[in-house]
Design a protein around this ligand. Structure first.
Ligand code: SF4
Length: 373
């Protein structure tokens, strides 16, 4: 498979849009049925109260965003969400928890039970739980996990302008740990955080160097939430999204390219352009963790209009077998040392100070569990 240089990706990205879209549509047809789109449901199994300072995220406890925080969902609730997702045509369920990293504790044991229950329902199961060690990834794989999501967000250079509480290298290490455990990797990023075109190109360059490449690449448009450091960012234009999706499709022809957050900011015609340019996966459901998402019926109406059908589960790989070893904690196996660069990002500091002032003036927002590191 071709590994692209940064110059080559830049040349692709900077082509006239009509040419880029045409090439992407051709490449799309070589690896996928262009009339099939994967539909995934994202379930926030633990929301808010996060110790990290990701500038785009309303779940960071240090910003005052009004997110309705909740502790880890029960197994029964998650099973019901899985049934609902399946009934409405999703082939994949992605469970997200607002953790800095996975810990060998009762909560993780509960997540493993969720994974195995959803696997038994013939759903592709994905998790996004923060940084994790190889042993933790192995336990997830043994529980029947199919994919692990860990976005690199942007280029290595711009990453430092968005997050100070963890390092880009830790992202890559977690992705590597997931791959080594036999999980497929889902990794992409966010447009509209103030990054330059060169950062978008840099992000694709890093993803294309991964071995194996991410099986799915989510391309998000920032949803600027009040109270976050990026609250004043302008909406990403549909043309920027199409350009990024088409370039991603050509650079990573065998990966699912997922149209993720920000779909409510697009009209049907804009989404259709994204599908024509190689996007072949969406998140369904009324919310994406904490931000709004188009209604399921609207998606199905658009699919019908375009002649698209939802993709069945396990199209690109076998269903993982569940191994009882997932129940054994690996507490002594590794002592992860995740970094905490803690450099100062002006807009993150300002959003934190604003939140503190607001909380002093008003009844503090109730956060049910604040991560302790
Ligand atoms: S680690 Fe995840 S949940 Fe926590 S602030 Fe960052 S993006 Fe949000």
């Amino acid at each position: 498979m071709k590994t692209w240089t940064k110059d080559e990706i830049r040349d692709l990205y900077n082509q006239p849009l009509m040419e880029l879209m045409f090439q992407a549509a051709q490449v799309h047809r070589e690896s996928f049925d262009p009339l099939e789109v994967q539909v995934s449901t994202l379930v926030s199994i633990k929301t808010g109260g996060c110790s990290e300072d990701c500038g785009y995220c309303p779940q960071a406890a240090r910003y005052n965003t009004g997110v309705n925080a909740h502790d880890l969902m029960s197994l029964e609730e998650v099973v019901q969400k899985g049934k609902d997702a399946k009934a409405s045509g999703s082939s994949r369920v992605c469970m997200g928890a607002s953790w800095r990293n996975v810990k060998e504790d009762d909560d993780f044991d509960q997540v493993l039970e969720m994974v195995s229950s959803l696997n038994k329902m013939d759903l592709e199961v994905c998790c996004t739980l923060g940084m994790l060690t190889e042993n933790q990834a192995k336990r997830l794989a043994d529980a029947g996990l199919y994919a692990y999501n860990h976005n690199i967000d942007t280029s290595e250079e711009y990453y430092k302008e968005v997050i100070s509480t963890r390092g880009f290298g830790d992202r890559l290490e977690t992705i590597d740990n997931a791959s080594k455990a036999g999980l497929t990797v889902c990794s992409g990023g966010i447009l509209g955080m103030g990054e330059a075109d060169e950062d978008r190109i840099g992000m694709l360059y890093t993803l294309n160097l991964m071995n194996p490449r991410p099986a799915s690449v989510p391309i998000n448009a920032l949803v600027a939430v009040e109270g976050t450091p990026l609250e004043e960012q302008h909406e990403v234009s549909i043309w920027e999204m199409v350009r990024m999706i088409a370039t991603t499709r050509i650079v990573m022809p065998h990966s699912y390219v997922r149209l993720s957050a920000g779909r409510t900011q697009m009209n049907d015609e804009g989404q259709a352009l994204c599908f024509m340019s190689g996007a072949n996966s969406i998140f369904a459901g009324e919310k994406l963790l904490t931000t709004p998402n188009p209604e399921f019926n609207n998606d199905m109406k658009l699919f019908k209009e375009l002649g698209i059908k939802p993709m069945p589960a396990y199209k690109k790989g076998p269903k993982p077998e569940i191994k009882e070893s997932y129940k054994q904690r690996s507490v002594d196996a590794e002592k992860p040392k995740w970094s905490r660069p803690d450099h100062k990002i002006e807009r993150n500091e300002a959003a934190k100070a604003k939140a503190m002032a607001e909380r002093k003036g008003f009844e503090p927002r109730k956060v049910s569990s604040v991560e302790k590191i």
